[in-house]
Design a protein around this ligand. Structure first.
Ligand SMILES: C[S@@+](CC[C@H](N)C(=O)[O-])C[C@H]1O[C@@H](n2cnc3c(N)ncnc32)[C@H](O)[C@@H]1O
Length: 870
């Protein structure tokens, strides 16, 4: 156990000193952070000296801008074309990322290969330099295409966001990125944060769960991968985005709704207690059918009925025959029984009746059980537990990999954070693996460098489930694609502050928080009261404690006695005064040292090599699982299969990713858990099928009137896919087929923040279409019109209704045909569809467009209109 106390600093003071707007380079990296990782990255041999230096240096530089194209429209090529006009696009360079942890042989081979390639590279570099020269003439920004991202859809721009906004050179690119981002065509995301969803290798029709999803950058990727497989938005895959924070989940929903994915469910559970969902199997069988299939089935039914009739007739004939035969047999049986009874009577007489009775009773019982076996009726007959194909667990963490994005976070960093988070991170990951299908894939990730939050969790999971049931997957093939990372570490030390702060307490429940708040309040009150009392008492005491000469006699008894002795010895007053001064100085010095010591005690932190060194007082906070594996475990668990992303590998933040697969023969306990308990604190009303509400309110007339006639929805839309939140019928959500089976399978007490896509909203005059759902619902809406881009721009420029007469006669004629009511206007440019929701009134047409999207869509369409003119 090593003690050290020189490096801890006061984060609050530092925060005041550090201006937020200051350049990162001027700021000081937390000495505690440096000390911690010096031990756990440099001194354990994970990094070399030069690597360590670059690691520290890069922490104080800002992150470059990275983004990926979403491919949600058929617009991918168009976006790529625009980018190539606005920037010079280069392919990613291959930089070596050596780490002592990697296999040395591999390195040597790589060295040889690289030497051979170097010459080629030099030539290429020369070419690139020439290109750069050209670029400096044109002064276009350079975009680096990330080779490892699917379809090379991700890009990195060397400058950070603030530079992008300020410098004239980036103005056009910034403007374009803003527009496309608002349309959901590109998503800005930290480079390494893009990795975990990729590792899930999403397949069409996968059921995916993101356990800690908000604010949703990774969930967006998950949806994108689904859409890549199925452009028509009707893939059978489901994405469940869960987060404990309702506020953050709402921001997530605002982000993902742009992707128009109908099989999305946003839930609000503590991930470690995420319930097992049920699926309604019957719905799957009955409803997910094409019209053709239904017709075919009808034909089949008719044929089958005819066949059935024939069979019935045949059966009747056979039964009649059997009856006749049966009558004969019954006669024979009865005769036999009579004979047996006679025999019994004879035996009774012989006095052995009791034995026979017993035997007969047994036979009777057996025959009863055989004829009517007790059939175990399953509680949920038409339902099955839903296990997931892919699960992402991007757990809450200390976040020290994000300092380049948020430097102020480094000031509050403490080794205690990891100690406090470890148990929850394990519980979340454990639950994830429990919910996974056999053969399913699970990804664990954090944006922390800390092995206690990373490798320690991985070992704990492998130990808990067993390596025969859970496999750590080797993802080293991603290196060939250009992704730079190193394996997990096997050696680290645990650091703890000498005094454990209460706020990172393991049981930091709301109750505890409340209790602490009350305690603090009471303490403050008492302190105030005591202060008042003390001020009075102090004045009295001071009077008592000062002697006639004004000497303070309260502090050091021994010295005071000496002074008194001197007095008695009759020394002169001057000498006495001198002595008193000396004593006072001494007392002051001792006081200061005591206070300093107290401060130091608070700051001190301790290093532990193994759990045996941990004193009892720390054992509540530091667990044996937090320590590195022994030699045997290192061989067994293969931590080199984990992926560590350090910031200097590819100019990014820090990240940790581990990929698991659940073995096919993993036995799942089919236990039903308490999932549908109503949570009275959950603020949202239950989600129910629209049909159910209409059934209560004269279904036929209402449904036909409101949905088919007024909204103009055609019969292609299965009404079972429409959901609403409450009995008031305020909003309608469109839910994909697969998600519908889950919603029908689960009770209405499911804590759903959002499901599917919001498509319609009730106003005074009836339903109207909602902007978010226009793209998806337009496929089923009769009341829609394709209009010229100018018309859409006209609506975007004003929030007021526009008089019908302001449009040309041809359009007016079309409006007349459509008749009054809600409708959708659309225009198409470069394969991108632009929709607006309108209400056609007797004289005016009103549009319903969000303030921000009004602005963004307008700038986009005006840009397009200008392009067309030129
Ligand atoms: C690292 S962030 C997730 C970032 C997200 N995956 C993304 O890419 O945007 C961790 C999230 O976990 C959530 N969280 C914290 N504790 C949780 C718990 N017990 N269960 C579920 N979510 C939790 C936080 O609200 C936070 O949004």
């Amino acid at each position: 156990m090593i003690q050290n106390n020189s490096l801890v600093s006061n984060p609050k003071k530092k925060r005041k000193q550090n201006d937020k707007r200051k350049e990162y380079t001027q700021q000081i990296l937390s000495p505690l952070f440096v000390e911690y990782y010096k031990k756990n990255l440099l001194e354990n041999g994970y990094l070399r000296e030069e690597e360590w230096k670059t690691f520290l240096l890069i922490q104080k530089t800002k992150l470059p801008t990275t983004f990926h194209i979403t491919n949600i429209e058929k617009s991918l090529d168009h976006v790529k074309q625009c980018l190539s006009k606005l920037c010079v696009i280069k392919d990613q360079k291959k930089i070596r990322t050596n780490s002592k942890n990697e296999d040395e042989k591999e390195k040597e081979n790589e060295d040889q290969k690289e030497n051979e390639k170097e010459k080629e590279k030099e030539k290429k570099k020369e070419n690139e330099q020439e290109k750069e020269k050209d670029q400096s003439v044109t002064d276009l920004p350079i975009l680096t295409r990330l080779s490892w991202y699917p379809k090379q859809n991700a890009y990195q721009l060397a400058v950070d966001r603030s530079v992008l906004k300020k410098k004239a050179k980036f103005e056009n690119l910034q403007e374009y990125m803003k527009r496309t981002e608002s349309q959901g065509l590109i998503i800005r995301q930290e480079l390494v944060s893009m990795v975990p969803p990729l590792m899930l290798e999403i397949q069409k029709n996968d059921y995916v769960l993101d356990l800690c999803s908000a604010p949703g950058s990774k969930t967006c990727q998950l949806i994108e991968f689904m859409l890549n497989h199925d452009q028509d938005n009707f893939s059978k895959g489901i994405v469940i985005a869960n987060d404990v924070s309702i506020k953050r989940s709402n921001t997530l929903y605002h982000r993902i709704r742009k992707l128009n994915y109908p099989n999305i469910l946003v839930t609000n559970y503590k991930a470690q207690w995420f319930p097992k969902f049920l699926e309604n199997i019957e719905i799957n069988k009955k409803e997910i059918q094409d019209e053709n299939e239904i017709e075919k089935e009808k034909e089949k039914e008719i044929e089958e009925k005819e066949e059935d009739k024939e069979e019935e007739e045949k059966e009747k004939e056979e039964k009649e025959k059997e009856k006749e035969e049966g009558k004969i047999k019954e006669k024979e049986k009865k005769e036999k029984e009579k004979e047996e009874e006679k025999e019994l009577e004879i035996k009774k007489i012989n006095g052995i009746e009791t034995k026979i009775k017993n035997i007969n009773n047994k036979d009777l019982k057996e025959s009863k059980t055989n004829s009517t076996p007790k059939t175990h009726k399953p509680k949920y007959k038409n339902y099955k537990i839903m296990y997931l194909d892919k699960i992402l667990s991007d757990v809450p963490c200390s976040g020290d990999g994000t300092f380049r994005k948020n430097f102020t976070a480094s000031e509050t960093w403490s080794p205690q954070l990891a100690l406090g988070l470890h148990p929850m991170q394990f519980q979340i990951a454990k639950r994830g693996i429990e919910l996974l299908k056999p053969g399913g894939r699970f990804v664990y990730s954090t944006c922390s460098f800390n092995p206690i939050e990373n490798e320690a969790i991985i070992i704990r999971l492998l130990k808990h489930f067993g390596t025969d049931k859970l496999k750590l997957i080797d993802c080293s093939h991603w290196k060939n694609k250009g992704l730079k990372f190193t394996g997990g570490m096997t050696n680290w030390k645990v650091m703890a502050l000498n005094k454990l702060p209460q706020k990172y307490n393991e049981n930091n429940s709301n109750k505890n928080k409340k209790r602490n708040r009350n305690r603090n309040r009471n303490r403050n009150r008492n302190r105030n009261r005591n202060q008042k009392k003390n001020t009075n008492l102090n004045t009295i005491n001071r009077k008592i404690e000062e002697d006639e000469d004004g000497n303070n006699i309260n502090q050091n008894g021994i010295e005071r006695e000496r002074v008194m002795d001197n007095k008695e010895e009759g020394k002169s007053k001057k000498e006495e005064e001198k002595n008193m001064e000396k004593v006072e100085k001494k007392i002051q010095i001792t006081d200061n040292t005591i206070q300093e010591e107290k401060r130091e005690n608070k700051k001190k932190y301790l290093w532990f090599d193994s759990y045996e060194q941990v004193p009892e007082t720390f054992q509540r906070k530091i667990h044996p699982e937090m320590f590195p594996p022994n030699q045997e475990e290192i061989k067994k668990y293969h931590l080199e299969k984990c992926m560590r992303f350090l910031p200097f590998y590819q100019n990014s933040g820090g990240f940790f990713v581990a990929v698991f697969e659940k073995n096919e023969d993993f036995q799942i306990k089919e236990k039903q858990n308490k999932m549908y308990n109503k949570d009275p604190r959950f603020p949202y009303k239950p989600l129910v099928p629209l049909k159910k509400i209409y059934k209560e309110k004269n279904f036929k007339t209402c449904l036909e009137e409101e949905i088919y006639n007024k909204l103009g929805i055609n019969e292609n839309l299965n009404l079972n896919n429409l959901y609403t939140r409450s009995n008031k019928l305020k909003n309608i959500y469109f839910v994909g087929d697969s998600l519908k089976t889950v919603l029908l399978g689960c009770s209405s007490y499911l804590k759903v923040i959002n499901a599917g896509i919001h498509v319609a909203k009730m106003e005074n005059y009836g339903f109207r279409f909602v902007e978010t759902g226009l793209k998806i619902i337009s496929q089923f809406v009769k009341r829609q019109m394709q209009v010229p881009t100018d018309i859409i721009i006209k609506f975007l420029k004003t929030t007021d209704p526009i008089n019908r007469k302001e449009f040309d006669k041809q359009l007016q004629g079309k409006f007349l045909k459509l008749q009054n009511g809600p409708a959708i206007f659309k225009t198409i440019h470069q394969n991108i569809e632009y929709f607006i929701s309108v209400y056609i009134g007797r004289n005016n047409i009103s549009s319903f467009i969000d303030k921000s999207s009004r602005k963004n869509m307008l700038s986009d369409l005006e840009y397009i209109a200008n392009e067309l003119k030129n």
